[in-house]
Design a protein around this ligand. Structure first.
Ligand code: NAD
Length: 455
C-alpha cells in the first residue's frame, strides 16, 4: 500500500507554496488535461471498451467529448469565476469595502465510481484544479482498465506534487480516509457514501456525495408514446443501465403499460436486431457480482420483454417486467442494469404519492404533454434533479447544477457549480480608520445608553 501520509503531505507542501493560487498555473494544468484527452482519446475509448464493452459512440458522447467540453467551458469562464465579488452594500457600509474572495479549500480528495470511470472522476478533478486546490485522485478499482489509464497517464500531464493519483479498493480507501483532507468529493453508492461521510466527519471535512437511488419515470396518456418509449429506453440502456440517473422504473396506468410494451418490442428490434446479444451497441455488466445481483432482481414480477442472459459474456437482454410488487427486491434497491419494471398507478396523484413515500431520487422523469401535470410534479416531488419528456439530457446542461438530495446525495457540481463546490467563499469587510467613520461608529462602544445610535 502506498504511503498516503507522505502523498498528502507532499500536496500540503505544494499547496502552501502558493503555486495553485496562481490562475495561470491552473489554466496550464487544465490545458494539459485537455491535451491528454485529445492525444489519448483512442486509449480512453479502448479502456472503456475493455471494462464495459462500451460502444465507441457512447464513450465519445458521455466520456471523451463530455470531458473536453467541460474543460473548454472552465477555461472560457475561469477568469470571471475567480474574480473577487463585490456584493451590494447597505447604508451602514457605504464607505467600506465589502468583498467575497473565491479561495481554494486546500488539499481535496476526489473518489470516482466505475460506471463512467473517466468522466465521474475527471470532471470533479478539473473543477477542483480550477478552484486552485491540490487534488488526490482516486479512480475506482473495479473499472481496472480505466484506473490503469488514469494512473499511468495523469502523472504525465499534471503536476505530480499537486495532483497525485492513488489506487486501490475499499481497504486502501479506508486507509486513505484516515488522512485529513480539506474537502472530499465522492461518487458511488449510498452505502459507501455513509462510510465516507463518517470518515470525513472525524476531521470536520466538508463533503460532496454523489450517490444513487431509484429514479422514477412517470408517463401519462397525453404523450406521443413512440418518442417517449425511445427516450426512456435509451436512458435505461446506455451503458447497459449502469447509470446513476437511468430511469429505474416506470409508473403508468395499465392501459399505457400494454402500449408501452408493444412499442418497446419494436424499438428494441429496430436498435439491436433480432439477436440482441450479437449487437455491438449494448454494453455488458461490469462484473460477475453485479451480473448475479441482476439475475436475482429478474425474479420479481413477470417478464414481458427480454429475459435472456449469458453469464460467459455478462450479457443481460433488455428486460421489461410487469406485475411487480412494491416490496419486491427490484422495487426496493437501485437496479443499475438493463431491467425496467413497470408499476401501475391510476394517475399523476398516485404516482406522486408513491414517489414521495420513498427515498428522494437522484432524478425524476415525467413524460406528459400537460403543463398542469408537469407543474404538479415540479411542485410536489423532492428529487436531485428533474427532466420533463426526456431522460439523462439534463446532465449535459453546463448551467444546471447536478447532485442529489436526501439519500441520493448532498452538494452539486458541473460548470460553475463545480468551481463553487471546491471554493470557500471568504468574506471580507474593509474599513479605514478615518475620524469621520470612527465618529459614526462610536455608538457601539460602552458605556451603552439608549440615546446612542448602534452604528
Ligand atoms: P464503486 O464500487 O466504484 O465505488 C466507488 C468508490 O468507492 C471506489 O473508488 C471504491 O474504491 C470506493 N469504495 C468502495 N467500497 C468502499 C469502502 N468500503 N470504503 C471506502 N471506499 C470504498 O462504485 P459503486 O459504489 O458500485 O457505484 C455504483 C453506485 O454509485 C450506484 O448507486 C450509482 O447510482 C452511484 N453513482 C452515482 C453517481 C452520481 O453522480 N450521483 C454517478 C455514478 C454512480
Amino acid at each position: 500500500m502506498a504511503n498516503f501520509e507522505d502523498i498528502v503531505q507532499r500536496c500540503r507542501t505544494a499547496f502552501a507554496s502558493g503555486k495553485t493560487k496562481d490562475v495561470n498555473f491552473r489554466r496550464k494544468q487544465l490545458e494539459s488535461l485537455l491535451k491528454m484527452y485529445e492525444e489519448h482519446e483512442n486509449e480512453m475509448i479502448n479502456a472503456l471498451d475493455a471494462d464495459l464493452r462500451r460502444p465507441k459512440q457512447e464513450s465519445l458522447v458521455v466520456e471523451t467529448e463530455f470531458l473536453k467540453n467541460d474543460i473548454k467551458h472552465i477555461l472560457y469562464n475561469l477568469n470571471d469565476w475567480v474574480k473577487p465579488e463585490t456584493p451590494e452594500k447597505s447604508l451602514v457600509n457605504l464607505l467600506d469595502d465589502v468583498q467575497i474572495f473565491n479561495d481554494p479549500y486546500g488539499v481535496v480528495l476526489v473518489i470516482g465510481a466505475w460506471n463512467y470511470p473517466l468522466q465521474l472522476l475527471l470532471v470533479p478533478v478539473a473543477a477542483a484544479i480550477a478552484a486552485g486546490n491540490c487534488v488526490v485522485i482516486k479512480p475506482s478499482e473495479i473499472s481496472t482498465n480505466c484506473a490503469k489509464f488514469v494512473t499511468e497517464m495523469v502523472p504525465k500531464y499534471l503536476d505530480n506534487d499537486c495532483y497525485p493519483v492513488v489506487s486501490g479498493g475499499p481497504t486502501e480507501t479506508a486507509e486513505l480516509l484516515k488522512q485529513r483532507f480539506d474537502y472530499i468529493f465522492y461518487t458511488g453508492s449510498t452505502r459507501v457514501g455513509k462510510i465516507i461521510h463518517a470518515a470525513a466527519n472525524k476531521h470536520l471535512t466538508p463533503v460532496t456525495l454523489e450517490l444513487g437511488g431509484k429514479s422514477p419515470c412517470y408517463i401519462d396518456k397525453s404523450v406521443e408514446l413512440r418518442t417517449a418509449v425511445k427516450r426512456i429506453l435509451w436512458g435505461k440502456l446506455i451503458n447497459c443501465g449502469q447509470t446513476c440517473i437511468a430511469p429505474d422504473y416506470v409508473l403508468c396506468s395499465k392501459e399505457i403499460q400494454e402500449k408501452f410494451i408493444a412499442e418497446a418490442k419494436e424499438v428494441l428490434k429496430e436498435w439491436y436486431g433480432e439477436d440482441i446479444k450479437s449487437s455491438p451497441d449494448l454494453s455488458r455488466i461490469i462484473n460477475h457480482n453485479n451480473f448475479q445481483r441482476l439475475l436475482g432482481l429478474m425474479k420479481s414480477g413477470k417478464v414481458a420483454v427480454g429475459g435472456n442472459y449469458d453469464a460467459s459474456e455478462r450479457f443481460i437482454e433488455p428486460t421489461i417486467l410487469t406485475d411487480v410488487k412494491e416490496d419486491d427486491a427490484i422495487m426496493q434497491e437501485e437496479i443499475f442494469g438493463p431491467l425496467l419494471p413497470i408499476f401501475t398507478v391510476e394517475n399523476a396523484y398516485d404516482a406522486i404519492k408513491f414517489i414521495n413515500s420513498r427515498e428522494s431520487p437522484l432524478c425524476a422523469y415525467i413524460f406528459t404533454a400537460e403543463t398542469e401535470v408537469q407543474n404538479l410534479f415540479k411542485r410536489d416531488i423532492q428529487s436531485g434533479g428533474m427532466c420533463m419528456n426526456d431522460t439523462i439530457m439534463h446532465y449535459a446542461v453546463d448551467t444546471l447544477p447536478f447532485g442529489g438530495v436526501g439519500s441520493s446525495g448532498m452538494g452539486r457540481y458541473h460548470g460553475k457549480y463545480g468551481f463553487e463546490t471546491f471554493t470557500h467563499k471568504k468574506s471580507c469587510l474593509g474599513k479605514d480608520l478615518h475620524p469621520l467613520g470612527e465618529l459614526l461608529a462610536s455608538g457601539r462602544y460602552p458605556p451603552y445608553s439608549d440615546r446612542k445610535s448602534t452604528l
